[in-house]
Design a protein around this ligand. Structure first.
Ligand code: 4AD
Ligand code: MG
Length: 432
């Protein structure tokens, strides 16, 4: 009797009895009937109990139960009398495992600071649950797509001796007798070495940037997937990025419909984003922005508002390609058509999603790269190992990095990036 199962599997038990373990999300009563909202991490279900159908002990236990108490519940699974594809449990047995007293997050509006201070509990709320699930689905989709395209996962280090993305956002930590180590800003340079072994590879892990910008899109610790491929040039690099992002959209639409509904994400818009991505060169983008009233000047980086303007009227994300070399990192390959520009791209998501990917073809010529390192005033000794990758079998190659939380923010349609990572780290927050 009462086979143990998960809430997500209860539809299979329709007409039969089942047992679940989880938490009480909410409770309301209407005289001799009680409605319990139960969750177990796999989903939500309403439990219904009628006083006369259960023993006094069980009824008292239910009356005593509180929001977020852990519980074990058993009963018959039935189709909801009115709602399609919704199931209920007629509770026959109920046991409190731990009685939660005065759960701090009440069913009322709390300010963001209060919620962030209680992030360890806030994660249990329905919206946060949905975001965690979609985050996981995006990770799965990325892994799936890359393996399909012949990439393997090669992990890059977190402690690094030098910068990948410029020195202004480095976090340094004391490192024994060797001086300072820097927390990785991106594993890219290491992947460029690893493609010499495996041809195509990616890493997926936390990266760190001492970002002083307090925006809805910046974290100091975030997760990045860097992909790198040998014998791939700019055009093919863009194709891989587009293929991956469209795979993410399709996978999330297929596997996260309940989660997207909870988040009230307009899935029609997501469906429409699964279409060929538009492309603008940096030059075209600046021209368009000026026409639209932005005061951005040629040679400047795009601001948030600019990114919003550039996707206006486009259903799908937009690539901005071939930027001035002066505002991009040293490793990007010059455009043979115009040596003051580089063969790179930023992918701008729709619906205010902003930049989610940065990618480029890399400079494969050792002498050229050495020159760039010197021009940037970087210490060449630190990059000797990196230059070796060009000295011994250098080849055209390209890669890109997607910020996981940026992607989560866009797919979920969430306003602030701090909700897109389980425990956010920003300038002003290190706890819990
Ligand atoms: O454009 P970025 O700086 O590119 C790189 O780091 C390359 N080395 C990647 C590569 O080619 N392998 O960062 C890549 C992405 C951005 O497009 C953005 O999505 C995300 O990382 N990102 C951040 N996300 C959250 N908070 C921050 N402070 C971020 N900075 C970048
Ligand atoms: Mg970038």
């Amino acid at each position: 009797m009462f086979m143990k199962t998960f809430i997500k599997d209860l539809p299979r038990f329709a007409g039969q009895e089942a047992r679940i373990s989880g938490w009480l999300y909410n409770k309301r009563s209407s005289g001799p009937i009680m409605f319990l909202e139960l969750r177990d991490g796999t989903g939500w279900i309403q439990g219904v109990v009628v006083k006369k159908d259960v023993s006094d002990e069980i009824w008292d236990e239910i009356v005593k139960s509180t929001q977020e108490s852990s519980v074990e519940v058993a009963g018959k699974v039935e189709k909801h009398p009115k709602k399609e594809n919704v199931f209920e449990m007629q509770i026959a047995d109920f046991k409190i495992i731990q009685l939660a007293v005065d759960y701090p997050i009440a069913k009322k509006e709390h300010g963001p600071d209060f919620l962030l201070d209680h992030r360890h509990l806030w994660l249990r709320s329905q919206k946060q649950w949905a975001i965690l699930k979609i985050r996981d689905a995006i990770i799965t989709a990325i892994n799936e797509y890359l393996h399909q395209e012949g990439f393997i996962k090669v992990d890059s280090p977190i402690f690094t001796p030098n910068a990948c993305e410029g020195t202004t956002t480095l976090f340094s930590v004391p490192y024994f007798d060797l001086g300072s180590a820097y927390l990785s800003q991106s594993g890219q340079l290491y992947l460029e070495a690893a493609i010499g072994s495996v041809g195509r590879c990616y890493d997926f892990g936390p990266v760190f940037r001492a970002e002083k910008s307090k925006t809805k899109r910046h974290l100091t610790e975030f997760w990045m997937m860097d992909a790198e491929a040998a014998f791939v040039e700019h055009e093919e690099n863009l194709k891989l990025q587009e293929g991956m992002v469209r795979h993410i959209i399709r996978h999330c639409l297929k596997s996260c419909s309940m989660e997207l509904t909870i988040l009230e994400r307009d899935t029609e818009k997501l469906k429409k984003a699964d279409a060929p991505f538009l492309r603008l060169s940096y030059d075209e983008a600046i021209k368009k922005l000026n026409e639209l009233g932005s005061d951005i000047k040629y040679g400047e980086d795009l601001g948030n508002d600019d990114e919003g303007l550039l996707t206006q009227g486009s259903d799908a994300p937009v690539f901005i390609e071939k930027w001035p070399k002066n505002i991009k990192p040293f490793y990007m390959k010059r455009d043979p058509q115009n040596s003051s520009m580089v063969l790179n791209d930023d992918l701008i998501a729709t619906d205010g999603g902003g930049e989610i990917i940065g990618g480029s073809q890399r400079e494969e010529n050792a002498a050229e790269l050495e020159k760039r390192i010197e021009e940037e005033g970087m210490n060449k000794d630190d990059y000797e190992w990196y230059l070796d990758t060009r000295r011994y079998g250098g080849a055209p190659h390209s890669g890109f990095g997607i910020g996981l939380e940026r992607a989560v923010r866009w797919i979920c349609g969430v306003e602030h990036i701090r909700e897109c990572i389980p425990f956010p780290r920003t300038i002003g927050r290190l706890k819990p």
